[in-house]
Design a protein. Sequence first.
Length: 89
Amino acid sequence: MERKIEYSQRFLRRLRKLPPEIAKMVAVKIALFKQDQFYPSLRLHRLRGALSGLWSISISGKYRAIFERQEDGCITFVTVGQHDIYKYL
């Protein structure tokens, strides 16, 4: 069963600013996430503290994609970027 995925405007803006090779990696990782959210290379984890309610997957060593699980089961990716994106949420 494929889960519904949505993208916030912030996510789409930041995605367009990424280097092309990283943007391709984002597409690959999200496709993998759709198939198996627990695939080891995604390093899925729940965020804590001020970011409670958000989740992160690893795109590469430096890059992360942050998402929120909606009550209806939909996944909304809220932002993407280097590891320091956590500071700007």
